[in-house]
Design a binder for this molecule. Structure first.
Ligand code: SF4
Ligand code: SF4
Length: 88
C-alpha cells in the first residue's frame, strides 16, 4: 500500500531515538514531530536530512489500516508492548 497522504500517525505515535532536525534527541511516543506540517505531511520528504528510520518505515495494511485513528491506536499499542521495562 502507499502511505496515506495527510495521515501522520507514525510521525506522532512512534518514538524516535535518532536526531531529527529541530529535535536533536529524537522524540518520545505521542509527541508530534516538529517536521510534521499542520496538514500532516513531512517537511523533509525526499531530503537527505530525513531520518533513516522514517525512510525505512514502510506503510503496511496491518499498521496503517484505513484511518489515521486506527494507525494511531495500533502504533500506541505497539509502543506500549515494546516499552523498555523500568529498572526497580
Ligand atoms: S501510519 Fe501508515 S499511512 Fe499513516 S503516515 Fe504512517 S505509514 Fe503513512
Ligand atoms: S521527519 Fe518526517 S517522516 Fe520522520 S517523523 Fe518527522 S514528519 Fe514524520
Amino acid at each position: 500500500m502507499d502511505c496515506r497522504v495527510g495521515c501522520g500517525a507514525c510521525c506522532i505515535a512512534v518514538s524516535i531515538s535518532s536526531p531529527i532536525p529541530g529535535m536533536p534527541h529524537g522524540k518520545p511516543s505521542g509527541v508530534r514531530c516538529v517536521q510534521l506540517t499542520a496538514d500532516n505531511r513531512c517537511c523533509l520528504y525526499g531530503q537527505p536530512e530525513r531520518p533513516v528510520v522514517c525512510v525505512r518505515l514502510r506503510p503496511d495494511e496491518e499498521m496503517c489500516g484505513e484511518s489515521a485513528e486506527y494507525a494511531l491506536a495500533w502504533l500506541f499499542a505497539l509502543e506500549e508492548a515494546t516499552r523498555p521495562v523500568e529498572p526497580r
